[in-house]
Design a protein around this ligand. Sequence first.
Ligand code: NAP
Length: 309
Amino acid sequence: MALYDIIIVGAGPAGLTAALYARRAGKTVLLIEKETFGGQITLSPHVENYPFARPMSGSELAQVLVDQAMNLGAEVEVDAVNSVSENANGTLTIKTDYSEFTCRALIIATGLKHRRLGVPNEDSFIGGGISFCAVCDGAFFKDRPVAVIGGGNTAVQDAIYLSKTCSKVYLIHRRSEFRAEKRVVDGLSACSNIELVLDSVVTECLGEHRLEGLRVQNKLSGDVRDIAIDGAFVAIGQEPNNAAFSELVKLDGSGFIIAGESCTTDRPNIFVAGDCRTKAVRQLVTAGADGGVAALAACSYIDAMGITA
Ligand code: NAP
């Protein structure tokens, strides 16, 4: 079994940046990603807050990062990590769905997964009207009514994006104020086919075989309303994806790996980068910064051990 200096789990901006730094430091690197190379940013229609890059779509930006890491010689596996165990000699064995790999240091950069509404019928309509990605699935609803649920940057951006192709967009948010940045919220005023449904929560998904509507309750008045739509885009934030590491490193009550700006964990050979760790600001730029910090910390650990794979 090949022994890598560093294995990075998760190929979002944090993991890809870690690969970039680790390869530049001459370490052998394997990136394991179970889904999308580029991570969550690939779902963003427009990124204009990443320094040094012109405004572009999230998928374009992700491709630049993927190319950078690959061109420097990072190896990749598309696979899901199930468990990690420590060997007697201090190396780590990573078991995946299809294989197992060994490394001297591990960087966890698993990011976040989409939060669900938690209402009846939701799961049965995923892929049948419920989506988590406006950029990926918006075209299926051309000239048809849709809803977006949430009040953050993702929800507001998605609503604006969908308003250009869909006949009508209901933006359903549980409060009267948006969490999204003012500059993003200001964009709503130019979209005449977006109806704001504020102070309201979805209580049920309606439909037989496909999604046909949402039952929505106003939290202030208690009024219940059924909104007929063909698609619903759930954009109510994300939660960490750290179940495979819960026996290995300390997690906080919400499932984030406990670590500070040093990106070190309570184990000397395990590091963490990006949105999956405890931190105040979860942005592309902080994920990238974490990737660099975690990789250099992992390189220092390996160099201090005096051995290379
Ligand atoms: P977010 O900022 O966490 O917002 C989640 C939204 O969903 C909030 O408005 C929240 O309501 C609502 N919500 C949470 N749980 C809910 C539930 N169970 N039912 C109904 N509503 C619920 O998530 P996000 O918009 O995905 O953004 C995540 C991060 O990525 C943020 O830091 C954001 O700034 C960043 N981002 C940046 C860009 C960019 O272009 N730069 C684009 C997208 C995202 P409350 O407001 O009431 O809590």
